[in-house]
Design a protein around this ligand. Sequence first.
Ligand code: DGJ
Length: 730
Amino acid sequence: MGINYNKETGIFHLKFRDVSYVMQLFRNKYLVHLYWGSKIEGKGFGHLLRVSERAFSPNPDKEDRSYSLDTLPLEYPAYGNTDFRIPAFSVEQENGSLVTDLTYHSHRIFEGKLQLEGLPSTYVEGQEEATTLEIILNDAVTGLKLILTYTVFEAFNCMTRHVKFINGGTQRLSLEKALSVSCDFHSSDYNFLQLSGAWARERHIYRRPLTYGLQSIESRRGMSSHQQNPFFALLSKEATEDSGDVYGFSLVYSGNFMAGVEVDQFDGARAFMGINPSGFRWALEPGAEFQTPEVVMTHSSKGLGDLSRNYHTLYRTRLCRGNYRDQCRPILINNWEATYFDFNSEKILDIAKQASEVGIELMVLDDGWFGQRNHDRCSLGDWVENPTKFTKGLKGLAEEINALGMQFGLWFEPEMVSPDSDLYRQHPDWCIHIEDREPSESRNQLVLDLSRDEVCEALIDQISQVLSNIPIAYVKWDCNRNLTEIGSPSLPYDRQQETAHRYVLGLYKVMETITLRFPEVLFESCSGGGGRFDPGMLYYMPQAWTSDDTDAIERLKIQYGTSIVYPASTMGAHVSEVPNHQVHRTSSLETRGNVAMMGNFGYEIDITKLSERDVHNIKAQVHKYKDIRELVQFGNLYRLKNPFEGNEGAWMYVSGDKHQAVILFAKVLAKPNEPFERIKLKGLKPELEYHLLGGEGVYGGDYLMKVGLNVPVLLGDFQSTIWRLKVLME
Ligand code: DGJ
């Protein structure tokens, strides 16, 4: 069992392979946090909790001035009852009060993990993989009951947490805030690491020291967003890629979120994460329940690299689902940057023919195949093929592509509707809006109101029809705007603030139904690139389009930043034309290929317009990727050089048995008269001998990690190289 409870001390000890997480019942009443860090087997935790009378910290027990909730490390703090720090939740009562006081009621420990209802979450394949603790806390005055759920994935060093609110009283309650996690740290001597950016520069790494007061990241866009990924880490100040204490928080949710830390007067740090209380309220009638999304927390004392590998292994194997979870992903070619809206079946077939000759496996037809969609001003919602574009129909095109030995994939943007569409003309009330206000357009489109069942059902029917009638092996599920004027006329006035969360629940229901109905289809999510690259989406779709920015040099940072949480198997990475369409940079086909090969590889290029030499080189790239894709997609990542800190970026993937490795080294700008450089590798077995494939030499694992590989002289800007290492069996 990964969880022990000691009745005498009231201590809960959650045990992972290398980590301990410890809580205690304080005076058999309040659930307090004692420890989260490297595993400790011995006794002593009881001494961690120290209390003493503090000025301006009020006392819940007037007979006892020795403690206040304001100074106790709490597991799930309430609002208004002597703790002045940021609360994890608040609930409005019929008398207008927001105050509650949570005390321990009971708990249970069991093997395995229960799935969340209607929300994505990590899962087990056998009960022995995890242990779960449910702690019930009550507010005596309102009858509000909270179930705090902790699941220990022992072997992964990962824990999941979520909370269920149950209105066990007789009055109507209104949840104003319902975070998934709160976690009090004894010290605030940490750096806060976040993945932030914008469209075309998603998930850049920012690291800053904690300071007094609140520091947080949020999305209020209705989606997890390009701007802030629903993740942060706390790093001890000296922590590096390979050493030091690091703590990760990752929210399995795709909507508005809030996450951050408050540093208090005694230098403690309260970390928190969950649905953003801004634009959220949830009515709880007597007997009703509300369940928060799940947060995945992990700790490592071996630095950021180990934290990432914890997330990668868990997310790749126990969050992603479906036929493709453990399958190598096909190499695709997508026509978006090749043609934009200007295509017909002949053009697509020409691209597919040339692509099939170089070994590309999947032809993806992007935006523009339906309705009157020759530009981005119409037709979203009308998922019926445009007959003028396809001489033999879309099905005919798909079959012709199949006859080339390639699979066929199709783009959708299911959640959206263009005001200029048949769907909108029939159902103008089906979009997210507030009745007396004009809804704002973004990219000339509105968002369908997925808080309504009939809208979800209609969407499921429409998409299912296309997927049933055409041999489609892959779907790109796009989403090109955020939510504004959020409201749903189908909800009463006092439930309007539920719309944003209900939208996400509706989306999850639609994706659950469609992905289960078409298990053979590979789904890739997208939101103008990586605007919704989050664990919630990965539960339904095992890969995501990492960014609309396909420039290899920009991708060094984007893919490196994304790798902090997300495994390579989830990251779409394509070679595109030069000058690059987003940043107008020209880099070599080799570098574009090398960087894209570090994820789920593909092309966004008009291959019919390339020179013979380029086509020949693409053939070689495709061949090479087929050789390394298992290693990239399912290997373990070791980051070697941080492109945010210098002129170079490098990382490597090592196979589970450590017999193979592939290494990318990329240099941004050329330097004159450069010194010779060596790069030390990681994650190999010191005692094994590795052959450098396609090069000269055999190297000991210890040599490669302690001395390193010689970096070739790379002349010119934007240069790169890939090495492959293999242990050759006698
Ligand atoms: C945004 C996506 O990220 C692009 O790849 C492309 O599919 C366009 N949308 C199409 O509108």
